[in-house]
Design a protein around this ligand. Structure first.
Ligand SMILES: [Zn+2]
Length: 175
């Protein structure tokens, strides 16, 4: 893997940059190496370790994008965990309208939750009150695109602790 995880001054992940850019930033003294990768550049006299995680030496303000309202992003926001029973599952997870569409419920962040297919079928065309299936959390619009969650499975080990921190951040901001 030739990608490098770029962290903000605060250690919040900002994105993934290619190695060439990371090395340029290093030489420009814009970043420091937080974690060295396995590989190195060798010249005849010196070996220079290549970074896997770098951190900016100054703080950049993240520009916030609107998160697209898609089924996948609702599932990501909810971490593939059923809003009714708490089951966690990558597959079999559906998106449920809390107030059913047939009852005037709209397709908005605040009315959509991840739901396992069992709960979704059980709830049917009822509200949580009617079905006696209270929500385990209040759905809100997320403020960040949780892109790192998507990448997480393919990320090197040393990235994971920063990405995990970031995920916690998302959850805090969501609730
Ligand atoms: Zn469920």
């Amino acid at each position: 893997m030739s990608d490098v995880l770029l962290l903000n001054f605060t250690y919040e992940p900002l994105g993934i940059v290619d190695l060439a850019r990371a090395v340029r930033m290093l030489f420009a003294r814009k970043v420091e190496i937080v974690h060295r990768g396995d590989r190195e550049i060798r010249t005849t006299s010196v070996a220079f370790p290549l970074p896997s995680v770098v951190r900016l030496l100054y703080f950049v303000k993240r520009h916030r994008k609107k998160v697209a309202l898609t089924k996948k992003n609702v599932l990501l926001r909810d971490k593939y965990t059923c809003a009714y029973c708490g089951t966690h599952s990558g597959r079999e997870m559906t998106v449920d309208h809390v107030i059913p569409r047939s009852r005037g419920g709209r397709s908005v962040w605040e009315n959509l939750v991840a739901s396992c297919s069992t709960c979704n079928a059980r709830k049917g065309d009822r509200t949580p009150d009617e079905a006696r299936m209270p929500l385990r959390r209040v759905p809100r619009e997320p403020r960040f695109i949780p892109w790192v969650v998507v990448r997480r499975h393919t990320a090197p080990d040393e990235w994971v602790k920063y990405l995990a921190l970031y995920s916690v951040g998302i959850e805090e901001r969501v609730s």
